[in-house]
Design a protein around this ligand. Structure first.
Ligand code: NDP
Length: 407
C-alpha cells in the first residue's frame, strides 16, 4: 500500500491519475492514495474533480514548478510519496530526478530528458544518475508510456516467448483518429513538433543512420484503421532497444501522418514557426515554437471530438525459440478514441500513454519490478506488464506473419 505523486496535469497525467484511482477504489492494495502536482493548480483540481465523480476517490492537488528543485524537494518531504510519476515535460526530468534523490523517493517517467534549446532526446543524461540512485537504494524507471514503453515491452516479450534473437524490428505507430481540427497535435504540441521535425534515424549495422525528416515513407494497412502513409522517424526507444537487444541488424520506427498534417507542418516550418531558438518581437524574446503551442488546441481539449482508433505495434523477425527457423511476429494494441474518452475524459493518445504509466508505477510499488539505480523498461520482466495491459484497457494480440515487411 503506497502513496504515489503524479507530476503534470496534462492529458497523460489525467489518464494515469484516473486509472490509479480506479485501483484505489477497487481494493487499494497497490496505490493507497494518489496526489497530483503541476504548474497550474486549476488543471490539477479539474482532474481531481473528474476522478472524484468517476471513482469516488479524493486526489490531493498541489501547485509546483517542477524545475524548482528545492521547492519540489520540500513538497516531496511533506507528502512523502513512495514514488513520483513524472508526466510533465521532458525538460523537467533531471530536476525531478534531483528532487527525488534529495527527498529519498523512487522515480518513473514516460519520456527521456531533452534540453530546451536543442531537439536532442537521448538517454545519457538520465543514465548518468545510475550510481546516485543505486547508492541511495532508490529506483528510477525510464520510459513507461506507450512508445517508449509498451513498444519496448512488446519486443522484450517476443524475445522471451517467441524469438531467440531479434534480427529485424519495425515499430509501427498509427493514430487513425480524426479530431475535426485543421491542425492539432495529440500530445504536447511543442514536444510533438520537435520530434517530427528532427532528422530521421534508424539503427542499422551497429550504428544509427540519419536521413532527412519525413524523407522515407511507406503505405501500410492497419487493422481497425485502414491503409495509411507512415513515415520513418527517430524515436527514443530505438536507443534503449539497440542497447538491450544488441543483436538487432536493423530497427526502425514509423508513424502515420495525414496529408493535411504534413501540409500544415511544412508551411509552419517554411515560415520559421517551428524554430526553437529565441527571436526578438516587440522588444521581448519569444521562441516561435512555444508561441505556436500557445495558439494550437490543448491536446486535452481534443477528447470530446476525436473519433477512430490508434493501432501501435512491433513487427519482429528472428530465429524462433522452438528451433523452427526464422519467424516473424506482429504484436499490437488497438485503442478506440471514443471509448478512452468515455472512461477517463481523454482521447486515446493520452490513454495509451497514461495506462502504461499507471502499470509501471503499480509494478514498482508492488515490488514486481525492483532494482537500485536507473533502469529502462527493457530491463524488466515483460510478463506482469503484458498481463496488466490486458486487464486495464489496452488488450494486445500476437500473430505470426509470413515474413518481414517487404520494404
Ligand atoms: P501536456 O502538455 O498536455 O501536459 C504536460 C503537463 O506538465 C501540463 O499540465 C503542464 O503544466 C505540466 N508542466 C509543464 N512544465 C511544468 C513544470 N515546470 N512544472 C510542473 N508542471 C509542468 O502533455 P501530455 O500530457 O500530452 O504529455 C505529458 C508527457 O508525456 C510528456 O513528457 C510527453 O513527452 C510524454 N508522452 C509520452 C508518450 C509515450 O508514449 N511514451 C506519448 C505521449 C506523451 P501547464 O498546464 O501549466 O502547462
Amino acid at each position: 500500500m503506497s502513496k504515489v505523486l503524479v507530476i503534470g496535469a496534462g492529458g497523460v497525467g489525467s489518464v494515469a491519475v484516473h486509472k490509479m484511482a480506479q485501483l484505489v477504489a477497487g481494493n487499494g492494495q497497490i496505490f493507497s492514495a494518489v496526489a497530483l502536482a503541476s504548474r497550474t493548480l486549476a488543471k490539477c483540481d479539474a482532474i481531481a474533480a473528474s476522478v472524484l465523480e468517476r471513482t469516488g476517490v479524493k486526489v490531493d492537488t498541489y501547485q509546483i514548478d517542477a524545475e524548482e528543485i528545492a521547492a519540489l524537494t520540500l513538497l516531496l518531504m511533506d507528502i512523502r510519496p513512495a514514488l513520483v510519476v513524472n508526466l510533465a515535460l521532458p525538460y523537467q526530468d533531471l530536476a525531478i530526478m534531483e528532487a527525488c534523490l534529495a527527498a529519498g523517493v523512487n522515480y518513473m517517467d514516460t519520456a527521456n530528458y531533452e534540453p530546451r534549446h536543442e531537439a536532442k532526446f537521448e538517454y545519457h543524461w538520465q543514465w548518468a544518475y545510475h550510481e546516485r540512485f543505486a547508492e541511495k537504494g532508490l529506483m528510477a524507471l525510464l520510459g513507461s508510456g506507450f512508445d517508449p514503453g509498451v513498444t519496448s515491452v512488446f519486443a522484450m516479450w517476443l524475445k522471451k516467448h517467441k524469438l531467440q534473437t531479434i534480427r529485424l524490428l519495425d515499430i509501427l505507430d498509427c493514430n487513425g483518429g480524426d479530431h475535426g481540427q485543421a491542425f492539432a497535435t495529440n500530445f504536447n504540441p511543442e514536444i510533438n513538433i520537435r520530434e517530427v521535425t528532427a532528422p530521421a534515424r534508424h539503427w542499422e549495422g551497429g550504428r544509427f543512420v540519419e536521413t532527412p525528416a519525413m524523407g522515407v515513407k511507406q503505405q501500410f494497412d492497419f487493422e481497425g484503421v485502414g491503409s495509411k502513409t507512415m513515415y520513418m522517424m527517430y524515436h527514443e526507444e530505438l536507443e534503449s532497444l539497440a542497447k538491450f537487444v544488441p543483436e538487432m541488424e536493423r530497427a526502425r520506427f514509423w508513424m502515420t501522418f495525414g496529408d493535411a498534417y504534413i501540409q500544415h507542418l511544412t508551411v509552419l516550418q517554411n515560415v520559421g514557426m517551428t524554430r526553437i531558438d529565441p527571436v526578438m518581437y516587440n522588444g521581448v524574446e519569444i521562441v516561435p515554437l512555444q508561441f505556436l503551442k500557445a495558439v494550437l488546441p490543448e491536446p486535452a481539449s481534443l477528447g470530446p471530438t476525436t473519433k477512430g482508433k490508434t493501432n501501435i505495434g512491433d513487427i519482429a523477425t528472428g530465429q524462433a525459440l522452438d528451433g523452427s527457423g526464422e519467424k516473424t511476429f506482429y504484436v499490437k494494441n488497438i485503442c478506440d478514441h471514443e471509448e478512452a474518452y468515455a472512461e477517463t475524459g481523454n482521447q486515446a493518445v493520452s490513454y495509451t500513454t497514461g495506462v502504461p504509466a499507471m502499470i509501471g508505477a503499480a509494478l514498482m510499488l508492488s515490488g514486481k519490478w525492483a532494482g537500485k539505480g536507473v533502469f529502462n523498461i527493457e530491463q524488466m520482466d515483460p510478463d506482469p506488464f503484458m498481463d496488466m495491459l490486458n486487464a486495464h484497457g489496452l488488450p494486445w494480440s500476437c500473430e505470426e506473419l509470413p515474413g518481414p515487411l517487404p520494404f
